[in-house]
Design a protein around this ligand. Structure first.
Ligand code: ZN
Length: 170
């Protein structure tokens, strides 16, 4: 049922959104069809407020879905949580589209600017416009800067963009 998204991809997203505890929760959601917050707490021994927080974060990112029903004995509402496989695909596609947009605007920026650098590996590249402000001296270390070739950065970005575009086309 979850074959459309690899375990590794899902774990990466769980880690970003919920840390190690997020991965633990995802591992359990993979094994069950539905589960309550209380059952998750019992299985993971993670504090209930943290389990709730992580579930809501997953929910906001379309990774899990919840179903509400009424407990026959107490009459209270209970929420059952489960992995949402179709929405996961949508989420990952959306994430890739966002990354693609960032890479495209970075590529445009690299193509439209000349860059200067001081040769100190820990110092940043500076645009021609900003380099003029400091009379071509590094804003970090103060050493004189020389124009640099950003061709390798452009090629790197072009390759990444091509790869993601290919993935999105499927
Ligand atoms: Zn420098």
């Amino acid at each position: 049922m979850y074959s459309s998204v690899s375990d590794e991809t899902l774990n990466q997203i769980a880690l970003i959104l919920g840390g190690e505890e997020g991965v633990e929760i995802i591992d359990i959601l993979r094994e069950v069809e539905e589960i309550t917050v209380e059952e998750l707490v019992e299985k993971t021994e993670i504090q209930i407020n943290i389990v709730r927080k992580i579930l809501y974060s997953f929910y906001n990112h379309s990774i899990v879905t919840s179903r509400r029903f009424r407990d026959k004995e107490t009459g209270w509402f209970i929420f059952q949580w489960s992995l949402q496989s179709r929405l996961i695909e949508a989420y990952i596609t959306g994430m890739k589209q966002k990354i693609l947009k960032k890479l495209q605007s970075r590529l445009e920026f690299e193509r439209q600017h000349e860059f200067y650098h001081c040769d100190n590996p820990t110092c940043p590249n500076v645009t021609f416009e900003d380099a003029m402000d400091t009379v071509f001296h590094c804003p970090v270390c103060g050493e004189p800067m020389k124009p640099i070739d950003n061709e390798s950065a452009v090629i790197f970005l072009e390759r990444k963009i091509e790869k993601i575009e290919g993935e999105l086309k499927g």
